[in-house]
Write a new protein. Sequence first.
Length: 434
Amino acid sequence: MIVTWVTFDDVGDSYVMYRETEHHKHSRVLANVTHFGGGFIKLSRYIHRATIGELESGKEYVYYVGSRHGWSNEFTFQALTERPEGGYKFAVYGDMGAVNSRSLGELQNQVREDNIDMILHVGDFAYNLDLLDGRVGDQFFNKIESVAAKVPYMTCPGNHEFPNNFTHYINRFTMPNSEHNLFYSFDLDKVHFVFITTEIYYNTFLSPNDKLNIDDVQHQQLQTQWNWLVNDLEKANKNRYNVPWIVVLGHRPMYCSTDSAIAECRYKDVRVRVGINGEFELEKLLFENGVDLEVFGHEHNYERMYPIYDEIVFKNTKDPYYDPPAPVQVITGSAGCIETPRKFTKEKLEFDAHRSTDYGFSVMQVFNDTHLQWQQIRAHDGGVEDSFMLIKTTHEPYGKNGLKRLYKQGTLFNRPKMAWEQRKFTFLNSTLSL
């Protein structure tokens, strides 16, 4: 377990002090300290990281951090232990701000009642971490401390972390097996989690019809993540007897039914799906490696999709989530921020199983080798907005048999015109008549 905290001064040696709840004697771990600055007033921050090892599963621990200059309050956490019904419970969401973080109250309730074992935040923090010389980021971390100090808080970057070359994101978080927190993976029980950055697919905010000039630096970054991801998924597939599920998490989605001109996931050639200049085709790579579930944020709403690959939707069976021939994709970006929820198209699209603009977050539990449960929890009352069970009797690349089932039983997604396109057409007519 890695504990991370921030000071505004160089305090010298700093430590995490911890003990089992029923014991009185503390152990001490020296922190590693890094430093970063920037912003208009060049405000410095010192990042302290200390690793607590040799934890006993299920035991509760008390800890606090600090130095000779002062100490924090005490916090508690329980070392991860499998639930009686099997597996662990993960809160999953994206796009939570320092302001209007509507889901935080219910999330605090769930964590306090030990209903959550880990939090997975799929990009866009604080809005933004770097604003006001990082003070907005400070406010955000103070708010989430009530949950992030009690359960592991795992992350990947979104577009709101891009300013200043991801400086605040890279420095403020601490993810495993990664120098920069941009992409990494880990195993927990039956699940291989893969966190990626989708931001390196985007040089700047251009419309999908603009010609994108890919410079050498961006291509190198794409290639670095791609090589790592290919290797990681290859290793994960060789280990599926022990860790059968593969869940991939990123920020920008491949599909959506958001009714907005700036929602690139509404377009056919969305870069994060089909790649750039014939390279780095993410949807194809994840399909070829038999990824079970793909989770995204970015759109400020909730959208569960039927299994889908290459715009072919698998929904014409009694239970499309029973041994589907393609990955399931979910958007969970309604945690709450200063931007309003995103409206959907008037009619559902072919891939839509359930969608909601209510504030909330998702809860995932993998019970065993075959059953994964997903729920969407409403922020205002803690009720269940949506729920489904993904059942996989085998875990392997979908391959030619998966494609055959898709082509035989699937539905081709017909991309309709959006309301904004129709409004644009009317506007042009009225303008030309002047």
